[in-house]
Design a protein around this ligand. Structure first.
Ligand code: SDX
Length: 427
């Protein structure tokens, strides 16, 4: 039994239990803090606050370790597929051959959208951002499947497969609508990632024949993005789910949180940054100097992380994958060279070293997505497709844990009591 934490407050001594996780994470359980002491805690950005106990993903930020259900990300990226990793995250074990076959069939059975949903895309302007469309259409799907709203866990497997399968179809339909091409329907002959490429790049008179290396790279991108503990968007999904909101509503909220440039939107912001440097022939030393100058308001996008104070293991894998896929596709992207030079300059610079700022998952992912033909405004959409199994897994875990509604406290800093003043007396 671990020694309790002791707290001295207003001349009194209090004790709080210490929880120890399976990877030796120590947490002080302050569930009774306010009732015992009258105090609450304040933790800007929740950098020191655990919102839950979870068995899905483990990160050791100091050592640059990431594991899904105990399996190192490097092994999954090397040997697994996105569909297999999705099963692992959601149901906790690597699937047997029979389970994987059944899950793949279930995903295939859900890959189409109701015809009424396809008509929604006519209503979006071509300039509509695909993340806005993705969030809206995920909720729209639940209008055609009211059973989803019941949160009946007996239907969970079907709802999870429906969401995971359709998120890909919605994303591709949004892309096609934005470029004025007819929406392409999924084909059961394709596996998950090949079907996505088919729906993205086939045209009426020429079916896309997905390059196996591109499909492999897409599997890796989705695997690497599949979950990441209590990041901003996953915490959003858990917050929304805690009110009893259904799986689709919770994950639709996750899409919105992911969209921000400090989170999943960073992969697009990295490409914008590299493009800006390239087009304007900006000297990298000058750019890095601007990043270090706080008054510039410029950040090195794709660098830094709340948890990783070491190289993000996903960035390492993506850096190698970028080389491989660009070489295979014979793409000579000047932005990759700029990215490498920026990384080299930053990793030598004390400003970044002193703050433990390293490339994160977003620094190289966009280079690969651009090489396989995706426009920048689809990069965060791919992040959302990849993160979907993680969001689904956390939604399920909350239901299995019968978690309470999340309702943080605050420290009030506004007016003390004052009276209402009639409008003609307000001066
Ligand atoms: C993702 O949480 C997750 O797990 C997220 C994610 C996932 O898989 O879900 O990993 C995906 O969101 C990756 C991060 C993508 N975002 C970016 O690449 C945007 C650029 N990075 C940052 O804005 C920043 O590093 C964050 C948002 C990622 C982390 O922010 P923190 O933890 O709040 O750190 P901070 O802003 O308090 O910075 C600490 C210091 C500050 O300097 P000082 O005040 O100490 O002098 O580091 C500096 C910051 O100014 N700093 C940067 C920087 N990131 C932090 N300076 C320049 N460039 C940067 N990118």
């Amino acid at each position: 039994m671990t020694e309790p934490a002791k707290l001295q407050l207003d001349g009194k001594s209090f004790e709080f239990p210490v929880i120890v996780g399976s990877e030796d994470e120590h947490a002080i359980d302050i569930s009774a803090l306010r009732s015992k002491t009258g105090y609450i805690t304040l933790d800007d950005g929740y950098g020191n606050t655990g919102s839950c106990e979870s068995a899905i993903t483990f990160i050791d930020g100091e050592k640059g370790i990431l594991r899904y259900r105990g399996i190192p990300i490097e092994q999954l990226a090397e040997h697994s597929t996105f569909v297999e990793t999705a099963w692992l995250l959601i149901w906790g074990e690597l699937p047997t051959k029979a389970q994987l076959a059944r899950f793949s069939d279930l995903l295939t059975s859900h890959e189409m959208l109701h015809e009424g949903l396809y008509r929604h895309f006519d209503g979006f302007p071509p300039s509509g951002h695909p993340m806005a469309i993705l969030s809206a259409m995920i909720n729209a799907v639940s209008c055609y499947h009211p059973d989803i709203l019941l949160n009946d866990m007996h239907n969970f497997d079907d709802s999870a497969a429906r969401l995971l399968s359709k998120v890909r179809t919605i994303a591709a339909a949004a892309f096609k609508t934005s470029i004025g091409q007819p929406i392409v329907y999924p084909k059961p002959k394709f596996d998950y990632c090949s079907n996505f490429m088919h729906m993205m790049f086939s045209i009426p008179f020429k079916e896309c024949e997905p390059d196996p290396d591109v499909v492999r790279a897409l599997n890796q991108i989705f695997i690497l993005h599949a979950d990441h503990e209590q990041n901003c968007s996953t915490s959003t999904v858990r917050m929304v789910a805690s009110s009893g909101a259904n799986l689709f509503a919770s994950c639709s909220a996750g899409v919105c949180a992911l969209w921000g440039p400090l989170h999943g939107g960073a992969n697009a912001a990295v490409l914008d940054m590299l493009e800006h440097i390239h087009v304007n022939k900006i000297d990298l030393k000058d750019y890095v100097a601007k990043v270090k100058d706080k008054t510039s308001g410029i950040r090195l996008m794709g660098f830094g992380h709340r948890v990783y104070k070491n190289y993000d293991p996903r960035a390492k894998i993506l850096k190698a994958a970028a080389d491989k896929i660009l070489d295979k596709l014979k793409v000579n992207d000047p932005l990759l060279a700029i990215a490498r030079q920026l990384e080299e300059a930053a990793l030598k610079d004390s400003y970044f070293k002193d703050r433990n700022l390293y490339p994160n998952v977003d620094f190289y992912s966009g280079i690969i997505m651009r090489a396989i033909g995706l426009p920048v405004n689809m990069f965060t959409v791919l992040f959302a497709i990849g993160r979907m199994p993680g969001w689904i897994a956390h939604w399920k875990e909350m239901h299995d844990q019968k978690s309470r509604i999340q309702r943080p406290r605050q420290v009030y800093t506004g007016y003390q009591p004052r009276d209402y003043v009639a409008v003609d007396k307000r001066g």
